[in-house]
Design a protein around this ligand. Structure first.
Ligand code: IPD
Length: 280
């Protein structure tokens, strides 16, 4: 028996909005960010931590006993079977630079009990029940409930119609490690001549939501963490997208690909033939 999805969606929205307000209002101005003596990234890390602390405190109040898996503080097992997978700021570089494409990503999932006590739920086996991706800088809120569809600010979302790769607008993202970036750049170099164009928007959660809303036809990325993809993948699926890994595996850290049925197959074939899930 799965918990009530609609109630979880409402809770996910509350959490994402509250953390989003904190992070948005607390953003230091550009001058201060760049003048700071310590690494500029420290400013973001401090806000990341504050946001995740808010999320953890509010989850404990609203859903006592649920587990939490977050980017900053890791996994805290619960007792109810439900785990909240949270990214306190997805798109930290955009946030640092004052670009609007960053979000707070909140999902409720049920993990596989056979993974054993104390083991964090895994994107390749969990069932996502509810999702909220809130982008405070432009005020957009994407919501989805399992089997209930996906919305943007209350309006239902549907992916774009099927189309060939050469007409597809493709989103992607890059990891932070240099070797990984070299491998990812090589794949982009091969893909770019085959597609309409490529976008690097800077927030994996919003990339997946863009597929849901028709702002991208396709999205792929290697190296996503569970909190990067948890909420966005459910939003995309509930809008009609296929969200998958390569070689029949589920979406996860190795590879996440999203797009409409009829569009996604050509990209999956391309990525498989370029071993995009195993190079670096
Ligand atoms: C990053 C963003 C980015 C993606 C990276 C992620 P963060 O998350 O989602 O778009 O390309 O792989 O790590 O670090 O801003 O939370």
């Amino acid at each position: 028996e799965l918990p009530d999805g609609a109630a979880l969606v409402a809770t996910a929205e509350t959490l994402a909005r509250e953390a989003g307000r904190l992070v948005h209002e607390g953003r230091p101005d550009r001058v201060r960010v760049h003048a700071t003596k310590s690494s500029p990234v420290d400013v973001v890390t401090a806000m990341d931590l504050a946001s995740e602390e808010l999320l953890r405190r509010r989850i404990a109040q609203l859903r006592p006993g649920d587990g939490i898996l977050g980017e900053e503080q890791g996994y805290e097992p619960g007792t109810t079977g439900v785990t909240w997978v949270v990214d306190p700021i997805d798109g930290t570089v955009n946030y640092l630079y004052g670009l609007a494409s960053w979000s707070v990503s909140v999902a409720a999932v049920v993990g596989t009990p056979e993974a054993g006590p104390g083991v964090a739920p895994d994107p390749q086996t969990w069932t996502a029940l509810a999702a909220a991706v809130h982008a405070p800088a432009d005020g957009r809120t994407f919501l989805a409930g399992r089997g209930q569809g996906a919305t943007l600010d209350g309006a239902p979302l549907t992916v774009n119609e099927a189309k060939p790769l050469e007409l597809s607008l493709v989103g992607t993202g890059f990891g932070y490690l240099v070797e990984r970036r070299r491998a990812q750049a090589a794949i982009v170099a091969e893909l770019l001549p085959l597609v309409r164009d490529i976008r690097r928007l800077g927030s994996a959660a919003l990339d997946l939501c863009a597929v849901a809303a028709g702002g991208l036809d396709l999205y792929y990325e290697r190296g996503l963490a569970p909190w990067d993809l948890a909420a966005g993948a459910l939003v995309a699926q509930e809008a009609g997208a296929v969200v998958t890994g390569l070689h029949g595996r589920a979406a996860g850290p190795e590879m996440t690909v999203a797009g409409a049925p009829g569009t996604i197959e050509a990209l999956v074939t391309f990525l498989e033939s370029h071993r995009a899930d195993s190079t670096a």
